[in-house]
Design a protein around this ligand. Sequence first.
Ligand code: UDP
Length: 493
Amino acid sequence: MEVSTREVNELGRKSPLAGLVTSVSTLPFSGPRRIASLSVHTSPLDQPGTGDAGGLNVYVVEVAKRLAERGTEVEIFTRAVCRDTPPLAELVPGVLVRSVVAGPFEELDKTDLPAQVCQFTLEVLRAEAAAEPGRYDLVHAHYWLSGKVGAAAKERWGVPLVQSMHTLGLVKNAALAVGETAEPQERIRGELDVIAAADRLIANTAEEARQLTDLYGADPAKVQTVNPGADLSVFQPGTAQSKRDARARFGLAQDAVVLLFVGRVQPLKGPDVALKAAAKLIEASPELRSTLRVVLVGGPSGRLQRADPDGMRELAARLGISENVRFEPPCPQAELAQWYRAATMVLTPSHSESFGLVALEAQACGTPVVAARVGGLRTVVSDGYSGVLVDGHDPADWARVVRRLIKAPRQLQALSKGARRHASAFGWSATVDRLAKVYTGAMDEADVSRAARVRALVADGAEQLRRRRPQRRPRRPGAELRAPAPGRVPGPP
Ligand code: UDP
């Protein structure tokens, strides 16, 4: 994800940016004019693939950019982690990033973030209060922590809350990798609150939609499935020549068998499975020792450092495959596309995955994916058509599948074709088309319930007036002739 930003002044009614922003919002568009997008725990300005920055960041940025192109301005609220982070930055015209001060200027562990939610909420409300009334038509919150902020903003501003959970604590806890800590009860309780407060819940897949209703008791009428996407202009299939060029660029032999792992290097993503499977492969086919390369692109993530690149280096050494393994720091998506093209196949042995953008992007580049049969990967990878889904995480099973594919170049070619076709249905434009409908639906419903509330208030007011109105006393003969006592005005009975 390549983003360039420029710092802008704090938005005031007469800010130079106000003109720019307004000019976007005057485009004819039936959806929201401006939305507040909340991303408490990770900034859209961060490089994905390390720390807490990953698919969620990509999602927030890609959706915001496309909404802005359609005339909906987006202001993304995130927590400032550096003293010199500008409070307001323009990502692209129509998309602002507001970095609010809540807690120390440093990356905080997710377990320490709930303590900052209150301050974050205050800052979001303060930013809105400083602008003209009715600044946002809708709040879209990402991850449960942002949902807590969104629930307060929704109440205060009288606008609908659209919530994307991205991952669910109960689902993660049901598929913990060895050595991983369970998500705390505080998160589960928070998720329940947010799910109850949201007007619409965006599920990445039909399976997530079911999890929201079955595990969290979400109202099915509120849940809408919207698949995320890939930037199909960046992740494009390469020609045979561009594959050769990519390999030459990265210093990979043209005849190498390249197994690629991309993303945050943490236990949940199963990088150890990729390494152990590679060791088993070499054990079963010793001729692969000279040609097999396992490349891990990504940085450390999570509190447990057991599966970070250093831990994986140690594991590779223990497995006796150090020479075959290469570690690369996270890189922008344009470079990532070249890694995907250079690879023979991409491995995604995740223990839990709400969608799996890496698997989608790889396929968009025409690279088959061998993925764990879990969560969103079951949607992202079409088993036997665009890649192979593997049950469980036993390295022996993974080695068997990979070996079979290496030995069947024709099948790999067919999968590559299927991968391109399968991924072509998942562009971000399709995501935003669906999201725009969800936004409009939520706003229409809010309008209807607001109108109903107004009608109820009017009816209630009329009733009260009626009750206060002086009621005519039954006439007594001659009463109309009697004048009121001096100084006394007839009042209600
Ligand atoms: N990514 C990146 N550079 C890297 C590694 C990853 O830009 O070096 C991006 C990648 O393109 C993908 C996202 O990070 O869009 C990871 O998303 P995914 O859904 O696979 O995993 P998550 O991080 O959400 O668990």
